[in-house]
Design a protein around this ligand. Structure first.
Ligand SMILES: CSC[C@@H](O)[C@@H](O)C(=O)COP(=O)(O)O
Length: 343
């Protein structure tokens, strides 16, 4: 069962990461014992998804401390290594928040750091479970239907992207558990296919009926009335509700607004960054152009073409019907702003 699956797992002496670059065809783990291996894993998306990289960063503090002890680093050198982990990817605020939280125990030593990292991991699973229930309750009430729902999602927000269970996919799993899910439209999520490789893999594990569709199919599916609600995750949510999530999300939100279909964002409060006023202030990761110029390692675009590869986009808060956190649902487009409600 994928809800027992741990994308990020402390083995007692190292960090075991499920290698998400080779799923669904191979299930392998990467054993992380040093800072450079962790940073490489975060940047290559061996581990990915905002809460999962937050948990990996939390354990990263322990890895830096243990490596520093083995290699005779000064405290400043360990702190510098932690700062590099904190900056491994720029958009998901969870990475910074979780590293900073664990660093409050830094002076107490390795055991305290590990205890805090384990708390980060445990609380994320609890938050996901709570979000699942809040999101499902809200949808059923809002849609006023007791028939199974057709839900669209983008990217991967399941157990693989979190410490366990999932955010948007957690809501979907909760609907399925209640017998209220007809089908999931899983956007394939170009260019790295988190939807077709990872979300579909998790849905298969759970026996949840689904279609994988091209990202470009999403708007048409929504406008044809084939979707009751869209639900996605987030990498950073600004105080005004503007939401950074996987590139392609804003197109889904626009189509939902046009078709008057609820567009939900499910994310723990660790993804809400009240120090960021609006989406304009969110740093959007720009990844290497080969990810869009090649297919499976083979050049597809003309040699003279350049690639534009933002990993995320920002959905304006006014397009977010509901923000599901572990505390409940904020109706952002109706004026319930995170900056006012989540202080
Ligand atoms: C619960 S995961 C939420 C987001 O992190 C997810 O939707 C997403 O955009 C992940 O992007 P990725 O580049 O795969 O790390």
């Amino acid at each position: 069962m994928s809800h027992e699956l741990r994308a990020v797992d402390w083995t007692g002496s190292s960090l075991a990461l499920i290698d998400q670059t080779v799923l669904p065809h191979r299930t392998e783990t990467v054993d992380v014992r040093d800072v450079d291996t962790l940073i490489d894993a975060v940047q290559r998306l061996v581990v990915r998804g905002a809460p999962a990289i937050g948990a990996a960063g939390a354990y990263g503090v322990a890895i830096a401390l243990a490596q520093g002890e083995r290699e005779g680093w000064t405290t400043d050198e360990v702190r510098a290594a932690v700062a590099r982990i904190r900056e491994a990817r720029p958009t998901a605020v969870n990475l910074m928040v979780c590293v900073d939280r664990v660093m409050t125990r830094f002076d107490e030593g390795l055991d305290a750091v590990l205890e805090e990292a384990a708390a980060v991991q445990r609380e994320d699973v609890e938050a996901n479970r709570a979000m699942g229930a809040h999101g499902a309750d809200w949808l059923i009430k809002r849609l006023g239907v007791d028939r199974p729902l057709r839900v669209l999602t983008h990217c991967n927000t399941g157990a693989l992207a979190t410490a366990g269970w999932g955010t948007a996919l957690g809501v979907i799993r909760e609907l399925h558990t209640r017998g209220l899910l007809e089908v999931v439209y899983a956007d394939e999520t170009r260019p790295l296919l988190q939807g077709s490789r990872l979300t579909a893999w998790e849905l298969v594990q759970e026996g949840i009926p689904h279609y994988v569709q091209a990202d470009g199919a999403a708007a048409g599916t929504i406008l044809r009335g084939e979707v009751d609600a869209a639900i996605v995750g987030a990498d950073r949510i600004a105080a005004n509700g503007d939401t950074a999530n996987k590139v392609g999300t804003v197109g889904v939100a626009l189509a939902c607004a046009y078709a008057e279909v609820p567009f939900l964002v499910a994310a723990p409060t660790t993804t809400v960054d009240l120090s960021t006023a609006t989406g304009d202030d969110i740093h959007i990761e720009l990844r290497g152009e080969d990810e869009v110029l090649e297919w499976s390692g083979m050049r597809t675009a003309p040699a003279a073409s350049r690639g534009h590869n933002p990993a995320f986009d920002v959905t304006p808060g006014r397009l977010v019907t509901g923000l599901v956190t572990e505390r409940g649902v904020l109706e952002v487009s109706a004026g319930e702003l995170p900056g006012d409600r989540l202080k």
